[in-house]
Design a protein around this ligand. Structure first.
Ligand SMILES: C[S@@+](CC[C@H](N)C(=O)[O-])C[C@H]1O[C@@H](n2cnc3c(N)ncnc32)[C@H](O)[C@@H]1O
Length: 274
């Protein structure tokens, strides 16, 4: 995935889908908020904040803390600003977090992210930048996916579509699974100036379909954002119809108690700036 994907079609799709995305990430958001209570903080930066859910939740829970969400997509920052317009302790900035810096005197003592740090083309340089603008003693806490095989919410969707042609992609390339490997992620963070890197494994059920017709809800969500949506945008109408039928069968197999939910596996990674 490239930065320009987020500035274009992918960012627009995520901006339109923030409610269903927040629903699917709900269990993880709760766990991130619970873990944030381990830290003392007054100034927070949320990297790759998207439509702002984690920034907004922190701002609501900590009215005396200042939260800044940074994201490279104008569309997502606009959605976050709309959602946070009534809160005086949160603001959002459109910028590349790999090079952005806060104003002097505004160094964060906590840097957070819900799945927004796996897309840097040069992750060591990006984390070195984030460490250089953070206060001495600052903490870092972010979530990211564990490997695809532990994430049926991705692997089962991929499995109902024909295999992608060409060489296997680099598992560390910018994308949802770039930080799935613990040793690699630890080395990126340590090279970027962070220490005491720790991993908590979090398993969750991602709700992809609910409401009056959970199966169709899941089909429309999977065909709007994520890897299936990306591939569907590149094929002709007949192939598209065939693939959507396969995705519908998958949703039917996972529909239970009026909800479509599949397992997902994440890390919550924490680290410290000496
Ligand atoms: C998987 S989404 C997560 C969004 C949000 N944190 C959430 O949980 O809904 C990844 C986010 O990272 C942002 N992003 C990717 N590269 C970035 C960069 N270099 N600087 C800032 N944001 C970036 C994208 O625009 C996108 O909003």
């Amino acid at each position: 995935m490239e930065v320009r994907d987020w500035q274009g079609r992918t960012g627009k799709a995520w901006a339109a889908e923030w409610q269903r995305t927040d629903r699917s990430f709900g269990g993880l958001t709760e766990r991130l908020l619970a873990r944030s209570r381990d830290f003392k903080f007054e100034r927070v930066v949320d990297i790759g904040c998207g439509a702002g859910e984690l920034s907004l939740a922190l701002a609501r829970g900590r009215p005396h803390a200042n939260i800044t969400g940074v994201d490279i997509s104008d569309d997502l920052v606009a959605a976050a600003e709309r959602r946070g317009a009534h809160l005086s302790n949160v603001n959002f900035v459109t910028a590349d977090a790999a090079t952005w810096r806060p104003e002097p005197g505004e160094a964060p003592d906590l840097v957070v992210s819900r799945h927004g740090v796996m897309f840097f083309p040069d992750p060591v340089a990006a984390f070195a930048n984030i460490s250089s603008f953070s206060a001495a003693g600052a903490n870092l806490m972010f979530s990211c996916f564990r490997p695809p095989a532990e994430n049926p919410v991705f692997s089962e969707v991929a499995a109902v579509l024909p295999p992608v042609e060409g060489p296997a992609p680099d598992p560390r390339a910018p994308g949802p699974f770039a930080f799935a490997d613990r040793d690699y992620t630890r080395s990126v963070l340590e090279s970027g100036g962070w220490s005491d890197v720790r991993f908590e494994a979090v398993d969750l059920a991602m709700v992809t379909g609910a409401g009056p017709d959970p199966v169709e809800d899941a089909v429309s969500y999977w065909t709007s954002i994520g890897p299936a949506a990306e591939r569907l945008s590149q094929v002709d109408d007949a192939t598209r119809d065939e693939w959507i039928a396969a995705i519908r069968q998958l949703a039917q197999r996972h529909s239970k108690d009026r909800v479509v939910a599949l397992k997902a596996a994440a890390w919550i990674v924490t680290a410290h700036r000496p």
